[in-house]
Design a protein around this ligand. Structure first.
Ligand SMILES: [Zn+2]
Length: 352
């Protein structure tokens, strides 16, 4: 499959936390072939491949879920009040298109609020809270909503197409974390020769608290783990201009996030591999968490690190990445996978 077609399929797929089925089916399709595919009991999909029988168990995790919403209740007039699933900044929601999945199909709607001309002066100055917003499907009354099959609990996602912009910048919804899913898909489709037992996992429910990562760690019991996810680009007006994270900076190696301090020997190994292969990378940190936040404290501990890709406007209807950074991240994961063997594992886990 051509890369942009794969990006479009993955980013446009419907998959808020807890409703990852469509993405899971796409990932299972990429995984089948040289790898054997299974799932845990929460819905994460795991592909495995044995390069060497006694090699270390290496887990590469990317989350399949995206931030979205859920139907909370339906008003007498037929409008939907909704809950956020994952972190949303309400300012990005007004007048955006969404897709509501009911038992009768997918219905497109618009996020509305009290009209500005009906607001008092001070109301107009502050952004609305999410619970003041509603979704308009075009239906009339409770009966109209019922005819569309709308019920509390129905999942909702932003509507957004994959669109290449100028200069190698790619816009889409849900780059967080379908870009990590894309890396796993490309690895599975062109599996590097590796001295390990390799596990590629599309995890569920990351955006609501790294839940799928926990159960995948239970299933795989990895020796080493990587999260592949988005990091934050700081090259837009008003962002932290001192930060190194920008489009063109290559793969991001996370030295700190709110859920984990990475294994230092593993971090250094990843940097050495990037330097040896001439792959662009940078060291960065982030306020937030990754799947490795749950994986690294499972069982007796798992040496872990999160690798990212500079991204703009995540957790909105349209986010952006830079294609060359994607290639750097993919190449880094390939090179790390090829070199991480039993000897390296014993170095990484040697504390005394
Ligand atoms: Zn993410």
């Amino acid at each position: 499959m051509e890369r942009h077609a794969m990006f479009a399929e993955l980013t446009e797929a419907f998959g808020p936390s807890g409703y990852e089925g469509d993405v899971r089916a796409i990932m299972a399709g990429h995984f089948s072939g040289p790898m054997s595919v299974s799932t845990d009991r929460l819905g994460s999909v795991v592909a495995s491949h044995e390069g060497e029988a006694k090699g270390p168990k290496i887990l590469l995790a990317a989350h399949m879920d995206e931030v979205g919403f859920m139907v909370k209740h339906i008003t007498k007039e037929g409008y939907i009040r909704f809950l956020p699933i994952g972190g949303w900044w309400p300012q990005v929601l007004l007048s955006q298109r969404v897709n509501v999945r009911t038992r009768k199909g997918d219905f497109e709607g618009i996020i509305g609020s009290k009209p500005p001309h009906a607001m008092k002066e001070d109301e107009r100055k502050k952004p609305p809270e999410i619970d003041e917003l509603f979704i308009d499907l075009g239906v009339v009354g409770e009966k109209g909503a019922a005819d569309a099959g709308v019920r509390p609990g129905d999942p909702i996602v932003p509507v957004g197409d994959f669109r290449p912009l100028a200069n190698g910048v790619l816009a889409a919804k849900a780059w967080d974390d379908r870009v990590g899913c894309a890396v796993l898909a490309e690895l599975a489709n062109d599996l590097p020769k590796h001295p390990s037992r390799l596990y590629l996992a599309g995890t569920v429910q990351e955006e609501v608290g790294l839940r799928g990562a926990r159960t995948v760690a239970g299933l795989v019991e990895p020796d080493v783990a990587f999260a592949i996810d988005v990091s934050l680009s700081s090259d837009t007006p008003g962002a932290d201009s001192d930060a190194v994270e920008k489009f063109g900076a290559g793969a991001a190696v996370l030295v700190h996030d709110s859920t984990m301090i990475p294994n230092v020997a593993l971090r250094d190994f990843v940097c050495e591999v990037a330097e040896a292969e001439g792959i662009k990378y940078h060291l960065t940190s982030l306020h937030g968490g990754y799947d490795t936040g749950a994986i690294h404290i499972s069982k007796i501990g798992v040496p872990s690190i999160a690798l990212g890709l500079p991204s703009r406007y995540i957790h909105s209807h349209v986010s952006a990445i830079y294609e060359e950074d994607y290639s750097a991240l993919l190449n880094l994961m390939k090179a790390v996978t090829q070199r991480l063997d039993s000897k390296k594992l014993s170095e990484i886990t040697k504390f005394v």
